[in-house]
Design a protein around this ligand. Structure first.
Ligand code: COA
Length: 151
């Protein structure tokens, strides 16, 4: 059977079916709601394989005092279902988000609190670490990562 892939925008609520098992396993669905989810400028992308949702990523217009850039977006809730990891789907989702932001604002940068375990994935996409690692209580160790030019 051929694999049919599609990336499209979804609502914040539609991300929960992926956020929960990947990022908040065993935790209440309420913990899948992130601040900024409903803000103007936020968009949520999903990747579908043969009409099944297998990954999500959210992009929010949010500034971090680490950076002086005028237009800053934050990536949150980047997650691919375990059985679909390392197949290139996360990369497709990230690149689509970068492209969408860059189309609207050529000067925009993207930053996020990366799980230490995912740092190498982001480095492959040109992101750099800044500052010291820190613990997100109840989740795991994170570090801030960023990229200035998204095109
Ligand atoms: C991190 C994540 C989003 C990456 O998505 P993915 O679809 O698995 O990644 P891809 O298949 O597109 O990976 C592209 C490359 O990064 C590598 N890679 C993927 N995840 C990696 C990881 N955790 N550590 C190191 N390298 C990784 C892949 O081997 C691949 O390398 P290659 O191109 O040289 O073969 C996904 O694995 C995931 O959801 N992980 C669990 C949740 C998580 O950590 N989310 C990020 C929160 S900041």
């Amino acid at each position: 059977m051929s694999i049919n892939l599609m990336i499209r925008e979804i609502t914040a609520e539609e991300t929960y079916s992926i956020r929960q098992p990947v990022l908040r396993p065993g935790r209440p669905i309420l913990e899948c709601q992130f601040s900024g989810d409903q803000d103007e400028g936020t968009f949520h992308l999903s990747i579908f394989q043969n009409s099944n949702i297998i990954g999500v990523a959210s992009f929010m217009k949010n500034s971090n005092p680490f950076f002086k850039n005028h237009t800053q977006y934050q990536l949150r809730g980047m997650a691919i279902l375990a059985e679909f990891k390392n197949m290139g789907y996360g990369s497709l989702l990230l690149k689509e988000g970068e492209k969408k932001i860059d189309l609207v604002n050529k000067d925009a940068m993207l930053w996020f609190n990366a799980r230490i375990t995912a740092v190498d994935f982001y480095k492959k996409h040109g992101y750099e670490c800044i500052g010291k690692p820190f613990e997100v209580p109840g989740v795991c160790e994170h570090i801030v990562m960023f990229k200035d030019h998204l095109n």
